[in-house]
Write a protein that binds this ligand. Structure first.
Ligand code: ZN
Length: 164
């Protein structure tokens, strides 16, 4: 089978041809047309250049974004701890406003901080509980001990001073 493609058919298939999405036979038809039709060959070259330029721009943007993001990740805990200078601080803030992934990262850090805080509170409560226990134990051993700690108000109900 020998088929001649028209210029408009080649034009319609051009992007598929460039992305290599056509059957071997169609590819051959287009190739042959481009070799013999300067107008379509020129169109094809222009098209290819535009696509390449576009791809390069996208690559550059991705690379810049990636660099910014790596820097952001490096600086975000310092940001949370308020250890950055003003210009770094502004950079991070811009990033948080413009980049959803950065916002998520910040949210993760805050969540982690909250978890650490509540873990710390728990530990503090445990220590307080242990201290109360220790005091109660000593109280059993030495009733006079109570008189010494009564002023400190460790208990919600202040222990009575009247005990012997
Ligand atoms: Zn043509």
């Amino acid at each position: 089978m020998n088929m001649e493609l028209s210029c408009s058919q080649v034009g319609a298939l051009m992007s598929f041809y460039m992305e290599n999405k056509l059957s071997a036979m169609l590819k051959q038809y287009i190739q042959r047309h481009l070799e013999t039709c300067p107008a379509c060959a020129k169109k094809y070259e222009d098209f290819k250049n535009i696509i390449n330029k576009y791809n390069n721009v996208v690559d550059d943007e991705i690379e810049i974004e990636f660099k910014q993001y790596s820097e952001f990740k490096k600086n975000i805990s310092a940001y949370v701890d308020n250890e950055l200078d003003v210009s770094e601080n502004v950079k991070i803030k811009k990033m948080i406003i413009s980049n959803p992934a950065a916002r998520q990262e910040l949210e993760n850090i805050y969540t982690l901080q909250r978890l650490m805080h509540s873990a710390f509170d728990k530990t503090r409560n445990d220590i307080r509980f242990d201290l109360s226990k220790k005091i109660l134990t000593e109280r059993e051993i030495k009733p006079s001990f109570l008189k010494r700690i009564a002023k400190l108000n460790f208990f919600e109900n202040r222990p009575s001073l009247d005990e012997p």
